[in-house]
Design a protein around this ligand. Structure first.
Ligand code: ADE
Length: 299
């Protein structure tokens, strides 16, 4: 299947990332693809990693065609299931063999499925936690131990709009919230090694063909618009711009931070509907007093 790789541009200066090397997990689709394209556009060498070999090869070929002949940019790809420790170790070591260093790690690879928490099997729950939390941890630890611990670097973790909980996808909410906290811990543990660690939290309404296909319902995006103060969907280019800013020297004094890119949606309403009910009665001293005749009548 040929990948649809759209046009690329950037507000940042040409050559900003000339001589830099990045790894982007989940770099062949959606938000990850936009980040990969913009990094390349700015002269970076990029290793994209994905679990899906076919998608990876087809995206890599399509992206390669966009790189001008005289650019310092280069793309390479590696199949990697970020849930597997040995594969993550290999992704880092192969990137070092290929490009000689790693300046940036963008942890974008992740995945989830919708459903009520009561329906999640242990296997399904563990799969989402392992991909989004443990996978991110493994990538961070390995890039630190194999390279950044001695040479410094910048790590960006892509998380989600889970600030009011994540009803309907509680597993990924829990995992992304944990990555928000991991970002803070690592920014402190690794500051003395010259490593900055930040996160970007895209709103749930960033439109990409990949996201639309995953949800299997194009209207899901349109239904969200009234709940976004910006009254429109976000774009993958808007997430990529935030990532490029945080990777750049303009963010040299920013670490341990999470940048929300959501058109202020996380401050506004919610799409989660709760039916009217009387199943959470109030506590009060009178009705809960066992000596109160009203309470006695209830018992
Ligand atoms: N994207 C979604 N799941 C992934 C995984 N396990 N490894 C790498 N990329 C992924």
């Amino acid at each position: 299947m040929a990948s649809s790789v759209g046009k690329v541009s950037s507000v940042f200066r040409p050559g900003l990332f000339k001589g830099k090397v990045a790894i982007v997990t989940g770099g062949s689709t959606g938000i990850g693809l936009a980040i990969t394209q913009e990094l390349l556009y700015l002269g970076c060498k990029v290793m994209i990693a994905s679990r899906n070999a076919q998608r990876l090869a087809s995206a890599s070929d399509a992206i390669k065609k966009q790189i001008p002949r005289d650019s310092s940019a280069e793309i390479s790809d590696i199949q990697c299931n970020i849930r597997k420790e040995d594969q993550v170790q290999k992704m880092i070591s192969e990137t070092l063999s290929k490009f000689g260093k790693i300046d940036f790690l963008v942890n974008n690879g992740g995945g989830q499925f919708p459903g009520p928490a009561s329906s999640f099997s242990l296997k399904g729950w563990n799969a989402v936690i392992e991909t989004n939390l443990t996978g991110t941890f493994l990538c961070c630890r390995e890039v630190y131990n194999q390279w950044m611990g001695e040479h410094g670097g910048v790590i960006i973790n892509i998380i989600a709009d889970m600030w009011k909980g994540f009803p309907g996808m509680s597993h990924t909410g829990a995992a992304r919230s944990a990555v928000d906290n991991l970002t803070k811990s690592l920014s402190l543990e690794w500051a003395a090694s010259g490593v900055r660690v930040n996160a970007v939290a895209p709103g749930s309404s960033i439109y990409s063909e990949t996201a639309a296909a995953n949800y299997g319902d194009k209207d899901i995006f349109n239904h969200a618009i009234p709940h976004i103060p910006a009254k429109r969907l976000g774009t993958t280019a808007e997430i990529s711009a935030a990532v490029c800013f945080l990777l750049s020297p303009a963010a040299a004094f920013i670490s341990g931070e999470t940048l929300k890119v959501d058109g202020a949606a996380s401050l506004y309403g919610t799409t989660w509907q709760i039916p009217d009910h009387k199943n959470l009665p109030a506590y009060d001293w009178e009705t809960d007093d066992p000596e109160n005749p009203k309470t006695k009548a209830k018992l």
